[in-house]
Design a protein around this ligand. Sequence first.
Ligand SMILES: [Fe+2]
Length: 323
Amino acid sequence: MSKDNPFRFTGVECVRFAVEDLAGACRFAADWGLSYVPSVDPEVKLFRAVDGSEVQVVETDLSRIERTPIGGGSGLCEIVWGVEDQATLAALAEDLGRDRRVEIDKDGVLHSVDDLGINLGFRITQRKPVHFDVTRFNAPGQPSRINRRAPAYKVAKPREISHIAIGVDDASEAARFYIERLGFLVSDRYADRGLFMRCSPSGNHHHVFFMNARVPGTRFNHLAFKVRDIHEVIGGGQHLDSLGWKTFAGPGRHTISSACFWYFQTPFGGSWEYAADEDVVTEEWEAQDFAAIAHIFSEWTFGLEKSDGTLKGPISASKEQKL
Ligand SMILES: [Fe+2]
């Protein structure tokens, strides 16, 4: 069942957060380069990437289930997955309805829940890729940018949501629902402690990453956005840094997925990641187990030297000296 994308998934459409500091979260999303879009419900703050990928933010209210993030405090309320057509929504409703709640709201979004209690939505995709001039590089003997200056970015303008990462007690257990019920594929793994999964055979290397967390329970870890190239990762990151937002990790380059990254701490209960040049795969991709590699997190990194999350390195050190 899993090889042919039975539910015709397209990717992460929208991530809904509940946060304790709504004003701070909105300021961060705008500084990140997302566009604020007035929404019908004034209590829901809506931000979009260039292709229409969305982040929705509400204030945490533990007396209301739809405003209670998983893990408490600030964090994830719902992940909305995109699908190609109405027939898929009907098939999902029928399949998921066998053993869990399913509701279709007034906008036609199907709502359900995974086996860990993470709220899931499914809607016909509204994302539309927007064409832009792809950055050209002059390799030795093979130049492809002639008589043109290279692009420079003062701020980032994220194109689309790439993936979401969630800390769990047991990553392979968390992945089971997605593989067996939704037809997701494992793209790479770190033994059973971290699983990178994609929602369709061709496309992004991963759309969701489950990782065993140090603290018990299920919690939002990070949300990644694709930007155009490594220069936009750096330009966007420098902009965030200049505004006083704190680096979580980066800049650097991932071992798994090949992406150049820069993570920032956010008011969303986890970090956000600028990512460029991630692997794109097809059904011919062969998943690898990276368990034997000690430094799985990055090929190289400034700022984060230990995979236990301890910040050490040039960026954090220079910050500390300035303070
Ligand atoms: Fe990531």
